[in-house]
Design a protein around this ligand. Structure first.
Ligand code: SF4
Length: 429
């Protein structure tokens, strides 16, 4: 790379079979953009945010750059003090609010299993610091891990339960807060910011990276899906308490621990109508796949304030390959987006981004067209949590160069000046 001494790059990380992480004394870090190994540009590297996590990737040899020859190699073992150690790849998972620009560079040829659903990111080590490939898209105190101290949580849960009893929905949410460590569920008990309202057991999609359902033997889902239909009475009581008391209050239907809320549109509609009889305060939001426009209409008309519709791509082939929709298609999702705007909802896209796919020129064009046609207000750039090898294997092959996620964002901002970009839901009333 012109003007950059390869020796200045961070060192490649590797792990031993016990998951202990080391920096390699010679090879330097690289990243993958899709399937292509790349030197990570200086302005795509940031010190690893404090609340990120490190993972090691069993049976995946790390790939590193020889800073003398510029050659890229899979590093299967290392000899230290006469002892030979097998090397495994290392990846980072970034703190909320950061977008990854590169995937970890590893050799998947001996992997033979599916990685759990996390957003694996390229990481290296230099000057006593870990360096990751990514950038901050938004800071929001309400999602800063520093404000989620579990020492306050248990007494808050006990206090909440003593006032609100122990209904099945509340019990489920206690599990979300204490076992899944869902920030939104913690907020419910701490009576602040955005809280979840999971209601749906079913879904009409079968996303490759669904966090709450995976076919047996494939990969463990990270969230336990709600297994009952909550009563309207319990939904209303929990929602009203939160909307009335919490600062910057949001109640969101459609969380990581459920199916798609449109499958329970009737229950949501009736609940919102009832909630609004008790309080005009706070934002009622719906996170959904947006598959059924008429159900979106019914919920919007019952008093919804904002909607966040998820999609991995504005191209039908890519959308179908990830969502595996049953009985609907991307056109229906686009219709739901348009309709939401027409009905006055603050309309957001939960855009699931993946380096090397989302930043393809053809995708940028398709997304720009979709947004211009529908009038979206806000685009969340969310790192897609999925095994990178699986996602790349399932996506269609197209001849469209990837420009990098930072460049993609700059192009989108230029083309769509009235759209906001970020990472978190916001209060709109
Ligand atoms: S739309 Fe949501 S609930 Fe349905 S399969 Fe996809 S991720 Fe899972």
């Amino acid at each position: 790379m012109v003007g950059r001494n390869l020796k200045d790059l961070p060192f490649m990380l590797y792990a031993d079979s016990k998951g202990r992480v080391y920096e390699h004394p010679f090879y330097r870090m690289i990243g993958f953009l899709g399937e292509s190994p790349e030197i990570v540009k200086e302005d795509d590297l940031i010190p690893m945010p404090e609340y990120s996590k490190l993972f090691y990737l069993p049976n995946c040899a790390p790939m590193g750059l020889d800073p003398v020859t510029g050659e890229i190699k899979s590093i299967r073992k290392i000899e230290v003090g006469g002892e030979v150690t097998k090397c495994y790849g290392v990846a980072a998972f970034l703190e909320p609010g950061f977008v990854r620009t590169h995937l970890p560079a590893v050799d998947y040829s001996e992997k033979g299993y599916c990685l759990p659903m996390w957003a694996y990111t390229a990481v290296g080590f230099k000057d006593d610091k870990y360096w990751v490939a990514g950038f901050r898209i938004e800071y929001n105190k309400a999602w800063d891990p520093r404000y989620f101290d579990d020492k306050e949580l248990i007494p808050a849960i006990q206090k909440y339960q003593s006032r609100h009893g122990e209904g099945p929905l509340l019990k489920h949410l206690v599990g979300c807060a204490t076992k899944n460590h869902c920030f939104a569920a913690k907020n419910l008990f701490l009576e602040r910011w955005e809280a979840p309202m999971p209601v749906s057991q079913a879904c009409n999609a079968e996303c490759l990276g669904c966090l709450s359902f995976q076919n047996e033997g494939f990969c463990e889902p990270s969230h336990e899906r709600i297994s009952f239909r909550p009563s309207k009475k319990e939904i209303v009581s929990i929602a009203v308490n939160h909307l009335e008391k919490a600062p910057a209050a949001i109640i969101s239907f459609g969380q990581g621990c459920e199916g798609d809320p449109l499958t329970e549109a009737g229950l949501i509609e009736e609940s919102i109508e009832e909630i609004r009889k008790h309080t005009p305060r706070g934002t009622i939001n719906l996170n959904t796949n947006g598959s059924q426009p008429e159900k979106v209409r019914a919920i919007a008309e019952s008093g919804l304030d904002s909607i966040r519709i998820s999609l991995n791509s504005a191209r039908a082939g890519f959308y179908r390959a990830y969502y595996r929709p049953r009985g609907y298609d991307l056109e229906d999702v686009i219709e739901s987006i348009s309709l939401s705007r027409k009905l006055g909802l603050y309309t957001m896209l939960n855009y699931l981004v993946f380096p090397g796919i989302t930043d393809q020129k053809a995708e940028i064009k398709a997304l720009t067209d979709l947004v211009k046609k529908t009038g979206v207000n806000f685009i969340h750039l969310k790192n897609l949590n999925i095994d990178p090898e699986l996602y790349l294997e399932k996506m269609p092959r197209v001849d469209s160069p990837a420009v990098g996620l930072k460049n993609m964002l700059a192009l989108l901002k230029e083309e769509l000046p009235s759209v906001e970009f970020g990472y978190f839901n916001k209060t709109v009333r």
